[in-house]
Design a protein around this ligand. Structure first.
Ligand code: 9MR
Length: 352
């Protein structure tokens, strides 16, 4: 296995910014961020600004972060996030308008066939309208596919589907385009990157829904692949069928974004050195395949340093050791994964 990092090397001064490497290829590199991390750790803020050219608010633009009462919105934190980004030359990925999670408590119980479409379009008009002209892109719909729903169209069974009907994606994209003519409008989705039966079903469902929307002139410009990868699935990541799927998206005119990249390490050996090498190998294999596709425009990780990763709560290691899913460690030092990402950016073909 390639060695991505010499343990013990103090690489900080020599560390090239991932955004710098990405920029040389016409790409953006970034991560999600929550303002509280910058308050807790100024070193993290410094690292973030040194490495990133684009940022996704981890929570601040979700419906439950903006509003708890019907029609009452407080944009203070989201505005602070946007100001922080624009003053530091960071682009912003708006995340996310329509999702079945992170909803204020009143939304799901109240939605019905009579009011669903109005509640959805009001929210989009209000939020996308508030940030109009300031965002690089919007994740208009989030995580809408679930082959487990057993529906022929593959749509997830959510309060939005039940109240608005199967064309709610179209409704959401049209409302977003009406509110913000500038942001790229993106469908963000899980598990498309995994070349097993579940992932293949999701890919087929997406392409069919996408074709139907494009034929109807729905304003959709991009697809987000979350890419919360699992080290134990290395064999079904970054293979030829994945590259073929990216090609199918590109041929439909989609820009492609990797939106929430990290590598879960809970099944890997305890030894941090061995673990870091295995995680790095997954990053490199996945990104090398991904970046061969010129329609890919940005790589965004879900956190930069292991100190601030959702994986610690979501998929902790059974042995209780801290998880190591991100390019920098808990003390903000680059790990093997950082070098693996850097190498994949260096070897990526430039965008046109
Ligand atoms: O990492 C995010 C966590 O801090 C929030 O509590 C949670 C609910 O808002 O969302 C997490 O981010 C999710 C993202 O918005 C959508 N894809 C899955 C991410 C991990 O759950």
């Amino acid at each position: 296995m390639a060695q991505w990092f010499q343990p013990g090397a103090k690489a900080q001064p020599a560390t090239r910014s991932l955004q710098q490497l990405a920029g040389q290829k016409g790409l953006l590199f970034g991560s999600c961020l929550a303002l509280k991390y910058c308050v807790q750790a100024p070193e993290y803020q410094q690292l973030f600004l040194a490495q990133c050219g684009i940022a996704t608010p981890e929570v601040h633009m979700k419906w439950s972060s903006l509003s708890t009462q019907p029609g009452v919105y407080d944009f203070a934190n989201a505005d602070r996030f946007v100001t922080f980004c624009t003053t530091n030359q960071l682009q912003v990925r708006g995340h996310t308008l329509i999702w079945h999670e992170a909803l204020p408590a009143w939304v799901a119980p109240q939605l019905n066939a009579g009011n669903g479409r109005m509640i959805m379009t009001d929210h989009i008009a209000r939020v996308a309208g508030h940030f109009a002209g300031k965002l690089y892109s919007w994740d208009v719909v989030n995580e809408v596919l679930d082959p487990g729903s057993q529906r022929p169209d593959g749509l997830r069974d959510t309060p939005w589907l039940r109240s608005c009907g199967a064309d709610y994606l179209e409704l959401a994209f049209r409302a977003a385009a009406a509110a913000d003519a500038r942001a790229l409008l993106v469908w963000n989705e899980t598990y498309l990157e995994v070349s097993n039966g579940f992932g293949q079903n999701k890919r087929a469902a997406m392409l069919a829904l996408l074709d139907r929307m494009l034929a109807r002139g729905v304003p959709i410009q991009g697809i987000g692949l979350e890419a919360h990868l699992r080290a134990e699935q290395a064999a079904v990541l970054g293979d030829a069928s994945y590259e073929a799927f990216l090609g199918q998206l590109a041929r439909r005119g989609m820009k492609i974004f990797i939106t929430e990249l990290d590598v879960q390490d809970l099944t890997l050996p305890a030894d941090p050195g061995a673990r870091d090498q295995a995680v790095a190998a997954v990053y490199n294999r996945f990104l090398t395949a991904t970046l061969r596709q010129p329609a890919v425009r940005a790589i965004v990780t879900w956190g930069l340093a292991d100190r601030f990763s959702w994986i610690a709560g979501y998929r902790p290691r059974p042995d209780g050791l801290p998880v190591r899913p991100l390019p920098f460690d808990a003390n903000y030092q680059p790990k093997a994964a950082y070098y693996a990402i850097a190498e994949s950016l260096r070897s990526a073909p430039p965008r046109g």
